[in-house]
Design a protein around this ligand. Structure first.
Ligand SMILES: [Zn+2]
Length: 130
């Protein structure tokens, strides 16, 4: 390729011009994933709902506390999903989905478990009184 600065023909593999040392255009313009999109894929800071849903979902693994955290993660995850749909550049779809699924399963799972335990202990209590 030809250097745009001095016109020297350079090997395509060279990152810069042999003669003047200027970076060669095509190679310097290789669509490197912009740092911003990489970061916002790993940490969707532009989609706070998804980010919070993700972490609440992770923390919803904690019993008892998980009921509150999980259901909050579930709701925020749904918000994060619709936010990601409206703002594709904000990313966070995966994080929101993790929040919805993990938060939903553990939040509602612990909730159902607690209700069952309460019903069970209430039943035991009722039977012991009989
Ligand atoms: Zn040059």
């Amino acid at each position: 390729m030809y250097c745009p600065d001095c016109g020297t023909s350079n090997d395509n593999a060279l990152p810069q011009c042999q003669k003047c040392g200027k970076p060669l255009p095509v190679l310097s313009q290789i669509p490197s994933p912009s740092d911003d999109s990489v970061v916002s894929t790993i940490i969707p800071y532009k989609n706070p709902y998804a980010l919070i849903a993700y972490y609440l979902g992770v923390f919803s693994l904690i019993p008892c506390l998980g009921i509150l955290l999980g259901i909050t993660a579930f709701i925020l995850g749904i918000k994060g999903l619709s936010y990601a749909r409206e703002h594709p550049e904000a990313k966070g779809r995966v994080h929101a989905l993790v929040g919805v699924w993990v938060g939903g399963i553990f939040g509602f799972g612990y909730l159902i478990l607690t209700i069952l335990l309460m019903l069970f202990s209430a039943g035991m209590f009722g039977m012991s009184r009989r």
